[in-house]
Design a protein around this ligand. Structure first.
Ligand SMILES: [Cu+2]
Length: 189
């Protein structure tokens, strides 16, 4: 069930639809109420904050903070800084994107070894986006043309497999065909 949700376009579409249903229900019920049940202006007291509102606001604020704090280490710049500081050997991979293919200096990568992807674009805006074999996007780098310094990120693959590379910035008529592959191999094997 969960596999279906993130491995197919229909899964993403279903989730999007489900997320929107509560909003649509609330919206339509308010429209209905103000049109047919009670069309007078709403009686609000801007200076009074009810207990329910304060509780709700505190709850939403706490969830917001918690989610942000817990996910900090997953942010690419933070995990990149950690990997760079760890002193571990880093595998270097250079990427040049052009319409509509990639030059990748090394497509075979060892699992468990941090890889620094240094990527640039030779012509127009592209991206270097890496997908897990099960279809999840692991990270994406936006590649702007004309920059002196390559964009770079460090990522450590943990599972062997075939990882698809795709461009996620619309870059012209064969944008959909702009894909490549990285093969992650078990370091011991
Ligand atoms: Cu593209």
């Amino acid at each position: 069930m969960l596999d279906f949700l993130y491995q197919s376009g229909w899964g993403a579409f279903t989730i999007m639809l489900l997320l929107q249903i509560p909003f649509v229900i609330v919206f339509l019920s308010i429209v209905y109420k103000k049109a047919f049940v009670d069309s007078a202006p709403s009686a609000t007291h801007p200076k009074k904050f009810s207990r329910v509102e304060v509780t709700w606001l505190a709850f939403a604020g706490a969830v917001f903070l918690l989610v942000n704090i817990l996910s900090i280490s997953y942010m690419p710049m933070v995990s990149t800084a950690h990997a760079a500081k760890s002193g571990q050997a880093i595998q270097e991979v250079d990427v040049t994107a052009r319409s509509w293919s990639y030059d990748i200096s090394e497509r075979t990568i060892e699992a468990g070894v941090p890889v620094r992807f240094s990527a640039k674009s030779a012509d127009t805006m592209h991206s270097f986006s890496v997908y897990h074999p099960d279809g999840r996007v692991l990270f994406t780098m936006q590649l702007l043309p004309g920059l002196k310094q390559a964009a770079s990120t460090i990522y450590t693959f943990t599972e062997p497999g075939r990882y698809t590379v795709r461009c996620l910035e619309y870059c012209g008529i064969v944008h959909h065909g702009m894909r490549d592959e990285l093969v992650v191999v078990d370091a011991r094997g």
